[in-house]
Design a protein around this ligand. Sequence first.
Ligand code: AMP
Length: 222
Amino acid sequence: MRLILLGPPGAGKGTQAKLLSQQFNIPHISTGDILRDEVRENSQLGRRVAEFVKIGELVPDDIAVEVVMHRLAKSDAAGGFILDGFPRTFKQAEELNKALRQLNISIDLIIYFETSLEVSIRRLSGRRVCKGCGANFHLTNMPPKREGICDFCGGELFLRDDDKEETVKKRLAIYQKQTAGLIDYYKKSGVLRKVSGDSEANRLNARLLKMFARQNPAVLPK
Ligand code: AMP
């Protein structure tokens, strides 16, 4: 199964992508996660993108496209994948189309997470990430057992620079300006489906599993 998850920052795409990735045994490809890893490792690419990521601006299209193409070429993506946070611009969508045509594959479903501004802001500003293993928590929706400490590896939890209030507002404005238009762009594809990103995570996951089974009864979680 090949999926694209579309929607504003804080829509819950990452949470659903992680669940679906386990349920269907296909990789979760998050351009944000890949770029943050590069920044953490201080790689050549990481140094090029660090400032964009920190201040919540999109990295240049050619970099985002290269990152995704490189990841899609890995063998674990041959049987399917979940794209989370890509494409984010028309240019990226066009490049993805081109690559998929060349590979002779198509996207099964594009899920648009329609999400209220209020929920997006609440999710992002309450999110805490583990410095050690990258696990996500939320101050109220998914608090760790011990305040400030990761349940999985005992690492310290922190607030991402780009989840700070001012940067969150900017990221949401950038989403409206550069990404939201992709919803209309993909309507023509016939595989766009809308869900409520405001829903609680387990409920939304159940809804998605039902949707996939309806779309293709052969597509059941592994
Ligand atoms: P995310 O975790 O998806 O919110 O992404 C975090 C940051 O990574 C964004 O604010 C951008 O700086 C960068 N980024 C992630 N995906 C893309 C993309 N497809 N195009 C450009 N920049 C991206």
